[in-house]
Each structure stands twice: as C-alpha cells, then as structure tokens.
Write a protein that binds this ligand. Structure first.
Ligand code: FAD
Length: 417
C-alpha cells in the first residue's frame, strides 16, 4: 500500500484552546483563508476550563461552557480533527492519526495536563481538569448529600478533601463550601453529619506564584466559608476511604487531586530544552531557539520575561501570545521587520465562591464582590461566542431563583435510591 499523500499548509496550528483560538481569530488577511492555515485538534468541542468548578457545583450548565471548534475555523482556516502523535522538525512534518501534515510554520498550542498523584495514590484521587471531571464530581457530591440526608452517618460521607492550594484547589474549595451552605439552607432535612471541606497544601502558602495578598485574602475567606485549610501538610497516603497527611487521617468519600500541571506530552517529540513542568523553553519570539519556525504558546511553552520572569501557565498569558504570533506571522510572511514579544501584565483574579474573589488589576489589589464582578466580566469577555456568553450570564442570574443544577433539595429524591 502506498503511504497517504501528506496534507500541506503554510501555517499549521495544533490546539484550539486559549492560545490557538485567539491566534486563529487574529490571523492577518493573507493567512485568514482555508488553504493557508490549518487548525488541528483531537476534539471537535472545546470547553472553557476556567469555569468548570462552577459546573461542578451546579452554578453553570455544562452546555454553557462548550463551543464548537470547526465553527471557529469557518471562513478563516481548514480544520482537521486528528490527534498529533509526533513531530519531525527536520522535515517540517506532523504525524497525526489522520496521516502526515507538512507545514512552513508550526504553532504548537497543545496546552498541558494535570500532574497526577504519586503512583501508589493514583487510584485514590479524582483529577479536576476537564468538564467530564467536573460532572463526575457534581454527581458524587449530589449522591453524598442525598445519602447523608437519608441518614448515612458514616464519617467521611460528606467530607471532600482537596490536595493542592493553587488556583484550582482554592476556587473549588470555596465553591464546594458555598454549595454545602446552600444545600443546608434549601433542604428540608439536615444531613446526618456536618459537611467538611479540607484543603491540604504542602507549602506554607496558598496561590504560591501570586502576590502574598492573594494568599492572605484566600486563607481568611476560605476559613470564613468553613474550609479547613492545612498548610505545610503534604499528603502521605490515601485509599478509597480517606487521606493521610502527617499524623492525621481524614476520612473522605470525595478526594480530589488539584496539584499542578505538566506540559502536553507532545513536547517530548521536540527535543527542546524544557523546565521542570515539561514546558518548552522559548526565545524572544515565542519560538524554539533551534527551530524559529516552531512557536509554542500557552501552557506548552515557557517564555522568560525580562521583568516578570518565567510566565505562568494561565489563560491570560495564552490569549496574549496567540494574537502576538498572528502579528509576527504577518510580518514574517511579508518580509517586514520583526519585534520581539513583549508581555503586558494584566493582573489576575481568583474566585472565592459566588460572592467574592481576590484580584490584582491595573496596579490595584482588591477583594470581595467588586473582585467577583471583575472576574465575571473577564470570563464573559473571554467565553467563545455570543451563545456561550448569554447562557453563562443567564446561569449566573437565574441561580438564585432556579437553584443549583444537578442537586436535589426537595428531600423527595433523598428517599429514593
Ligand atoms: C480548573 C482550571 C481552572 C483554571 N482557571 C483559570 C483562570 O481562572 N484564569 C486563567 O488565566 N487560567 C486558568 N486556568 C489555566 C488555563 O485553563 C490554561 O492556562 C489554558 O487552558 C492554556 O491554554 P492553551 O491554549 O495553552 O491550552 P488549552 O486551552 O488546554 O488547549 C489545548 C488544545 O490542544 C488540543 N490538543 C492537546 N494535545 C493534542 C494533540 N496531541 N493533538 C491534537 N490536539 C491536541 C486540546 O484538545 C485542546 O483543544 C485554569 C485551569 C484549570 C484546569
């Protein structure tokens, strides 16, 4: 059998996440055409991951955060649904599940993966990385609540233990504590035992890569919400019934690992210098030093900014890099003078439940409802398309009247199995 003819495109973008999609939307007219730019992704739907903790507690409908990847390309690029399995930079070829793809310029925006727990604990924790993870957690929380309301007194039935006090662990802990508070107020019968949310962090700080102000506010507000925050507390073991940390044993039916991210495995085929998280080290043009035709934006690459140091793996960095690469490709393909990437620090917001958040923006640090309003406006801006914005806005505004999605508070379901 003769091997398949390779597909060819001038620009090939792998990954339709924050970096890849923001690039596609900013393509210059000369490259914004099928035949010039090809987008490759292993999925046909993309989920707005920064909102999945709100899906897990029923504040946002899962459909509100889903968007179509082929629709992103319409009129702008070709779309190939395929998984990229390897790269041969010498021949400028991608090896995909749909056959080889040749490129002149490659944008590798394949994102990252959650860092898994140590192998001996891997089966004892759920991860929190995808919409599927959020929906599994939602079902587990609903079931635990119903069991407890029905009289299940087992220690740990209504305990959730989260490992890792980064943004994911902090945001999720605040949401789950607020959910339990909501369920207690709405359900006619009380749970058999008081619900518990325990957040374990190995270091002495929450949100370690952000300004200490974030740690101080998050610690205070989490404690006000009733979250038991344990600092300097590495996990030493776990099984199907609970978690051990130091001398303490915490019985917990729900155990979630939220500790860190690692670059997409595809980086392994680049033979590039990487940091401790597997992110490819980039030069001032967001390309690999030995391969100026390969850009690695978003979570898969690490650019060290002269003022801010290595940039973190966040959506806010990715959405700056995508459009910058589109402009750089425009300059390169038209033989114009190039300018190195310059990062603008727009600040950061971490949500602390439905009513509060902590933020740093435009040089100001603040928290509470004002920060939560900023958080919502940023997300409404970055959600893809009018439909997603309308649906998410509607979810937020109907939360008080309709209640949480996926949770039964009537007490009737609590009697059924
Ligand atoms: C729970 C959670 C909450 C977060 N909250 C925030 C927040 O509030 N603010 C913030 O700034 N950041 C947040 N982040 C981080 C943010 O989601 C990431 O930084 C961002 O998604 C990175 O964008 P990206 O474009 O690099 O990758 P992604 O958005 O992950 O996109 C990668 C794309 O590549 C595709 N892909 C991967 N491998 C292959 C392959 N081999 N072949 C083909 N396609 C492939 C994937 O299908 C995907 O579409 C959060 C992350 C998590 C997990």
């Amino acid at each position: 059998m003769t091997p398949p003819e390779p597909r060819r495109s001038r620009v090939v973008v792998v990954g339709a996440g924050f970096a890849g999609a923001s690039l596609i939307r900013s393509l210059p007219p000369s490259l914004r055409r099928p035949g010039q730019t090809l987008l490759v992704d292993q999925e046909t739907e993309w989920d707005f991951i920064p909102l999945i903790h709100e899906v897990a507690v029923g504040r946002v409908h899962p459909d509100s955060v889903r968007s179509s990847i082929p629709a992103l390309c319409r009129g702008r690029c070709d779309f190939l649904r395929a998984s990229v399995e390897g790269i041969s930079p010498e021949t400028r070829t991608l090896h995909t599940s749909a056959g080889p793809v040749e490129y002149e310029y490659l944008v590798l925006a394949a994102g990252s993966r959650p860092t898994p727990p140590p192998a001996e604990m891997a089966d004892s924790f759920g991860l929190f990385w995808s919409l599927g993870d959020a929906l599994s957690l939602r079902s587990a929380l609903d079931e635990a609540w119903r069991d407890s309301v029905r009289g299940d007194e087992a220690e740990g039935t209504l305990t959730v233990t989260l490992v890792g006090g980064g943004a994911t662990g902090v945001e999720l802990a605040a949401e789950i504590a607020s959910l339990f508070d909501y369920l207690k107020k709405r359900t006619p019968r009380p749970p058999a035992r008081e619900p518990r949310v325990v957040l374990l962090e190995a270091t002495d700080r929450l949100l370690g890569w952000l300004d200490p102000y974030f740690h101080e506010v998050a610690l205070r507000e989490l404690r006000e919400l009733g979250v038991e925050v344990r600092l300097n507390t590495p996990v030493t073991g776990a099984d199907g019934d609970g978690v051990s940390a130091g001398d303490e044993r915490i019985p917990a039916r729900a155990r979630v690992w939220t500790a860190g991210v690692h670059a997409a495995p595809l980086n392994g085929s680049l033979d590039a210098e990487t940091d401790g998280s597997g992110r490819a080290a980039l030069d001032g043009y967001l390309t690999l030093p030995d391969h100026p035709e390969i850009y690695v934006p978003g979570d898969a690459g690490v650019y060290t900014d002269p003022d801010h140091g290595p940039l973190p793996p966040t959506a806010s960095v990715a959405v700056q890099q995508g459009p910058w690469i589109a402009r750089d490709l425009d300059r390169r393909t038209r033989g114009r003078e190039r300018r190195p990437f310059s990062y603008f620090d727009r600040g950061y917001v971490v949500s602390l439940g439905p009513e509060s958040a902590v933020a740093e923006a435009a040089g100001a640090k603040f928290s509470g409802p004002k920060a939560q309003a900023l958080y919502r406006s940023i997300f409404l801006y970055y959600l893809r398309g009018r439909r997603a914005r309308l649906l998410t806005g509607a979810d937020w505004s109907m939360e008080r009247t309709i209640g949480r999605l996926g949770f039964d508070t009537t007490g009737r379901l609590a009697d059924r199995r």
